[in-house]
Design a protein around this ligand. Sequence first.
Ligand SMILES: Nc1ncnc2c1ncn2[C@@H]1O[C@H](COP(=O)(O)OP(=O)(O)OP(=O)(O)O)[C@@H](O)[C@H]1O
Length: 206
Amino acid sequence: MLKIQLEEASKRFQYEWIFKNLSLELSSGHSLAVTGSNGSGKSTLLKCLSGAIPISSGKISYSIENQSISETDWFSYLSIAAPYMEVPEEFSLQELLDFHFRFKKPLDNINTAEIIKVLYLEEHSQKLVGQFSSGMKQRVKLGLALFSDVPLIFLDEPTSNLDKKGIAWYQEMISQYARDRVMVICSNEPREYEFCEQIIALEDYK
Ligand SMILES: Nc1ncnc2c1ncn2[C@@H]1O[C@H](COP(=O)(O)OP(=O)(O)OP(=O)(O)O)[C@@H](O)[C@H]1O
């Protein structure tokens, strides 16, 4: 079981505190929603949690079966879908999936043809990702994250650019693929995080 612990974690940029004294624990099968207005620090917290940027004080630790995981290895336990993360646009969808899953193992029993079908992009598998619509790209990002065989998934604004059908698809994906994992959702849209048991508002940590 994966466990992530935050002990009085705080982050500031120059003199601006983004969050202060945030303590919480996450473990497999439990999900966290991080809410807050624009600029409140949701994406910054997600970057700190993933080890992409350091916190200013306090502690974040990962452990699996009570064995501590070095911060330099955190990346191998997680996947992220976020608006600020680009997908390589010069690949076709098929090439992108083949490339991605050379580095991150796909979930058991699923191959790229099946993933393309679940993403409802069968007609577009040979098209360059750079020519995809924003909603198609968003489904690809979510698919890359959710179909990677990792115990920790970070989703930042997961239904941005998705239409009604895409939103229903996201909710179905969550019901099938979030179980047994740690999910962290940064969002202000209840439809994106209503399955989460823990909800924090970043405004409470200023
Ligand atoms: N590298 C940086 N250097 C200085 N300030 C930064 C940096 N990155 C983010 N900030 C500041 O941190 C604050 C939080 O930004 P962040 O992107 O985390 O907010 P957010 O809650 O994700 O916003 P949104 O809902 O608009 O996506 C903002 O004031 C932003 O300007």
